[in-house]
Design a protein around this ligand. Structure first.
Ligand code: DC
Length: 205
């Protein structure tokens, strides 16, 4: 079974998807981490974030490993912590926009999603990566709340940059027609997770 969780940055996707996966006994797959790892490698190697061909080749040559414990590895480096920095935030949207990059990531994400029951988090899971997902959830929250959550998570985060990234991701971030839209503004994590867990158990039955 695949549960797809899509939505903008700060809507609560990661926290909710991780907790939900634990409750359901499913694997948690963070597709944003895969794009972040590639952005990290592009920065390290001095590859221009607008160079679609070079980034496509970089993605093809360097598989991103998502460890069961939440670790993220690329090109032999554990980048779990390093992908959550302002430097990576600043280029990841541009890096992820290129069709050759998305084609590589989409194929890997599909492969991963087909071998285990999973909660898969991203922007285009319900629409492109796994349109067959049994449950699709599109999480949203007011911009002020999204910024507040991101700052609570990472005090050095840049609020304007978060909203700019959303604007830049918007094209790839359309909710699937059959997604359940859930506004998490003012809701606690447990409430959101419980609602989705209920839906997942209904769908599984
Ligand atoms: O979820 P996140 O903020 O860690 O994602 C980082 C970036 O990766 C985000 O700006 C858009 C991109 N992304 C994407 O294009 N498609 C996905 N399925 C997941 C993330």
């Amino acid at each position: 079974m695949i549960v797809a969780i899509d939505g903008p940055a700060g809507a609560g996707k990661s926290t909710v998807a991780r907790a939900l996966a634990q409750r359901l006994g499913f694997r948690y797959l963070d597709t944003g981490a895969m794009y972040r790892a590639l952005a990290w490698l592009a920065l390290r190697d001095g590859i221009d974030p607008v160079d679609a061909a070079a980034l496509g080749a970089l993605a093809r040559a360097n598989a991103v490993e998502l460890g069961v414990g939440g670790t993220v590895t690329i090109a032999g480096h554990d980048v779990t912590a390093e992908i959550r920095t302002a430097q990576v935030d600043a280029v990841v949207s541009a890096v992820s926009a290129h069709p050759p990059v998305r084609a590589v990531m989409r194929d890997r994400q599909r492969e991963l999603s087909l071998v285990v029951d999973c909660v898969m988090e991203g922007r285009d899971i319900g629409t492109v990566v796994a349109p067959q997902a049994e449950l699709k959830v599109y999480l949203v929250a007011d911009p002020e709340e999204r910024v507040r959550r991101r700052l609570a998570e990472r005090p050095t985060a840049d609020a304007a940059a978060l909203l700019a990234r959303d604007a830049s991701d918007a094209e790839r971030m359309q909710p699937a027609l059959d997604a359940v839209r859930l506004d998490t503004t003012g809701l606690g994590i447990d409430q959101v997770v419980e609602r989705i867990e209920l839906l997942a158990r209904e769908r599984a039955a």
